[in-house]
Design a protein around this ligand. Sequence first.
Ligand code: G6P
Length: 612
Amino acid sequence: MCGIVAYIGYKQARPILIKGLQRLEYRGYDSAGISLLNGKIQTFKTKGKVSELEDFIVDKDTNGQAGIAHTRWATHGEPNKINAHPHFSQSKSISLIHNGIIENYAVLKEELVSRGYVFESDTDTEVLVNLIEDIRINENVLLDEAVRIALCQVVGAYAIVILSDEHPNTLIAARKGSPLVIGIGEDDYYLASDATPIVEYTKNVVYLEDEEIAVLTRGEKFKIRTTTNQEKTPYVQQLEWNLGELEKGGYDHFMMKEIYEQPRSIRDSMRGRINALTGNVSLGGIIDYEQKLLTANKIIIVACGTSWHAGLVGEYLFEDIARVSVEVEYASEFRYRNPIITEDDIVIAISQSGETADTLAAIELAKSKGATILGICNVVGSSIARATHAGSYTHAGPEIGVASTKAFTAQVTVLTLMALRLAQLKGSIPKTKFMQLLHELENLPEKVEQVLQSNGLTETIAKRYKDVNNFLYLGRGYSFPVALEGALKLKEISYIHAEGYPAAEMKHGPIALIDENMPVVFIAPKLGIYEKVVSNIQEVKARKGNVIAIVTEGDTAVTEIADYVIEIPKTEEFLIPILASIPLQKLAYHIAVLRGCNVDMPRNLAKSVTVE
Ligand code: G6P
């Protein structure tokens, strides 16, 4: 969702800001804008893409060594030029960019209108910038103090950056609920919603905490204080990402690059955590919570979207391997449902971005009930990583494509490691079986490589079905979450309606949809209740449905009846979700490309959903 970039220093701000906005495009947005300070503030805004903003300012005077820029994903007011950020205060002396939602904006606006303020846009942001100006003038305080007072009156979430012509050497930033990272350069500062626009300039970053305000003055040390006026010492961290990870590296789309990165990202998720020779599995980040895990009453997994599907795989893993009772919850439902949580429960929050608002709220709720919260996040230093008691990073590297691919398989890898460790501690599976599973997991990256190399067929299947209106995805056991994830991938990027179902549930509804126009994707490895899945396939064929099946190499029964089969290598059942999801990612990708869709930035979707 909305993206923030800001710069203050001795370089020209415009190229840094525009490039930064481009790096944040993956988050999803519908308009863009920029303010630059050179004596006075100049603001330029456009509806649509950052490239349109870039074209619009090409012949404008955009000199300035300080500036703020924004990509907006509309919440209050439609996506147009007027509602785009930055927003000016009435005197045009303060310009502000904002992510998040000011919930009490209507009351604040009414008050300001009664004092003579006139609003151009429908946004909550314009209310905030005028509130700051009003306080600065009427209470006769410095701008940073006016910001502090204003933020004490605000209910909601925000990450803001402020540029003012009265303080040309300074940017003021603050956050609550929405992320904000400060990059510390030699004698300059970079700010952004996440680290992607900062990586190429500096690796030294500070993640602003909730209710902190930073004052960044070029050439000087920056200061942080809280909205309650406590001074804070900034904690400087080193970014692990490098620039190459943010480029397409020869691929047409980030999504394909990320699909092909999976052997590496899965290896990185396991690095230093598993040794199949010694039988060692350990996750350093949660080592102090192993006892809690061992004695846990139940595990509750909370997540959204693809991460929720990883959570569902987690349920099968923990129950099957570690014999623990697991509930998997949509964070958005869990947070409002008055769920039963005790101090003996462990909540595992899964999130690629570490910023999903619903997941964060679910964590806070579970915390308030005394549960122990563990995180599985990809983005280091993200809000969820910091809100949890402990956790394990997935180490998948930056994921830019909106449709999650390598983050999903890395999440499942970490959940597998967790389940195996718990199984080891509990002795819930025999040692020989445990060693066999460990060995199989260690070999997983090679098998993923094999899957990636052998699937030219997905493109052929994509050509055959690219124009259909509906798809059904079916699987049982470990393959059921794969069916859900496969369907989600397709609808996210190709806009074809797709549904995932447990295969046996087909007879309770979806079977009514099947005719000669309906492609049905079966995840049908020769494991578990394979024969029952074969029967389900026959039921589809009997109704003239088209069957695309993911099968184990050497399969004959499904191969005989399916229209298309995609083979995956033989493996243990617990690794099916990773191996079988990869061809489905590729299938969705090829269909979306053939339909001319914007694969990396699908319409209406955001990579990081920081509002409810
Ligand atoms: C958005 C993204 C999805 C993602 C979901 C949860 O909807 O488009 O790809 O799965 O949010 O995000 P998280 O960062 O918490 O995993």
